[in-house]
Write a protein that binds this ligand. Structure first.
Ligand SMILES: Cc1ncc(COP(=O)(O)O)c(C=O)c1O
Length: 422
């Protein structure tokens, strides 16, 4: 991924389109020239290889083959369920019983009793009638939205919704409206202007926003949805298992469990596996099984993943997956960063943004933190606006307080060097 370098004015967007007279693949050559020229120290350094399962102190291999230790603040496996012994045992047993791939889509021969058990568990988790599990999280949003909405309908989105939601909206052909992040007055302005003749109306919001870690104002959105006869879809990818009195997510936080029309979430973050789901009424789920093309035309989740996820949900159902420990550690991390002068936004989850506001500094900081032993993610365009670029730290339940101290010390030292804090 190439991104902006101020002096050269090289931007990610410059390489999306084919230039007049250019070969279709010319843009790939242009990107390669920039990446191999050594003139950027940016996103081209993204990615590394883990040398073992993800854990608070991980060994990573860099692109030059060098291996070193990092404190891991870049994984969405917040509850460490991806490596939980019970979860891994469930996955291992399913692997032995069913093999490693399903070989068919869900509506044909791709489903095991473990898949169905998982759907039922998720439905119960949300107090919903039924649930459909998709083999990909990204594909869940694409499939659900494009199955239910079409040209005659309108979809109203928070501007900070995940890319997969916007892609699903575009594919649906519905009219798309966007309100500034969590701006409820603006949302109402949009809703009040929808013509009576418009057919279906759907408000979509992330539950926990993936780049800011804050929660949607779902209570207000719910009121407006009732007032203006809209349905609601919540993508709680980063809220499931983490927020709400028993970890059932953003809807539970607001006392709205069982009242949201489309409870979408991802199985790849807190639950530690892969895939996505939509818990909803029986009729909606049945409809999605037939009309969501990313379900109908895509091979089912491996049974080993379903087996692991069932064990993870058994823990989350009883609120025994370590949510409180995670939130205590997240609070500790946030407080330390804030006390040291960093702007960390308004996170209410295990996602901790550290605002940098300068892309050139962001890239340098990211590389240096990594070489000093702290692995964090960076976020800039196209995920957020460049001027809102940031480090994105993810807390993990198994991080020790000592590891948090050490990583904050390193981040603070570097933050001072680059003038981010005093
Ligand atoms: C809010 C949100 N929705 C959907 C997705 C896509 O999920 P997956 O990575 O499992 O495909 C993500 C992933 O980052 C996300 O943050």
């Amino acid at each position: 991924m190439v991104t902006e370098s101020k002096c050269l004015n090289i931007k990610f967007e410059n390489f999306i389109n084919t230039e007049p007279g250019e070969d279709l693949f010319g843009k790939t050559e242009r990107v390669n020239q920039v990446l191999t020229s050594g003139i950027l120290t940016g996103n081209e350094g993204l990615g590394m290889q883990l040398m073992h399962k993800v854990q608070p102190e991980s060994v990573i291999k860099e692109k030059n083959g060098e291996k070193h230790n990092v404190i891991m603040l870049g994984s969405n496996s917040y509850l460490n369920l991806s490596t939980n012994p019970k979860v891994m045992k469930g996955a291992r047993e399913a692997l032995e019983k069913f093999g490693y791939g399903m070989g068919a889509v869900s509506n044909y021969a791709g489903i095991t009793d473990l898949h169905r058990e998982l759907e039922q568990r998720i439905a119960d988790f949300y107090n919903a009638e039924d649930c459909i599990v998709f083999p990909s999280g990204y594909g869940t949003n694409i499939g659900v939205i494009s199955a239910l909405c079409h040209e005659e309908d309108i979809i109203i989105n928070d501007s900070a919704n995940h890319a997969s939601i916007f892609d699903g909206c575009r594919l649906s052909g519905a009219q798309i409206k966007i309100y500034p992040h969590s701006n409820i007055n603006y949302l109402e302005k949009i809703l009040s202007k929808i013509p009576e003749t418009t057919k279906g109306r759907l408000i979509i919001t992330d539950g926990v926003f993936s780049m800011d870690g804050d929660m949607a104002k779902l209570d207000k959105i719910f009121e407006l949805a009732q007032k203006y006869r809209c349905k609601i879809m919540v993508d709680d990818a980063h809220g499931v298992g983490i927020v709400g009195p028993t970890g059932r997510g953003t809807s539970e936080h607001y006392g709205l469990l069982g009242k949201i029309d489309l409870n979408v979430g991802m199985l790849s973050k807190g639950p530690g596996g892969l895939g996505g789901y939509c818990a909803a009424s029986k009729n909606i789920v049945q409809y999605l099984r037939l009309y969501a093309r990313t379900y109908f035309f895509s091979t089912a989740l491996p049974a080993s993943v379903a087996g692991g996820l069932n064990e993870g949900f058994k823990l989350m159902e009883k609120d025994k997956a370590g949510r409180r420990e995670l939130l205590d550690k997240t609070e500790y991390l946030k407080t330390k960063l804030e006390n040291n002068g960093f702007d960390i936004g308004h996170s209410e989850s295990a996602i901790v943004p550290v605002m940098i506001y300068n892309e050139e500094i962001l890239f340098k900081l990211y590389q240096e933190l990594r070489s000093q032993g702290v692995y964090v993610n960076i976020v800039t365009y196209p995920a957020v606006r460049r001027k809102e670029c940031r480090l994105r730290l993810c807390a993990m339940k198994e991080l020790s307080y000592k590891q948090i101290d050490k990583s904050v010390d390193i981040i603070t030292k570097k933050g001072k060097e680059y003038g981010i804090i005093k």
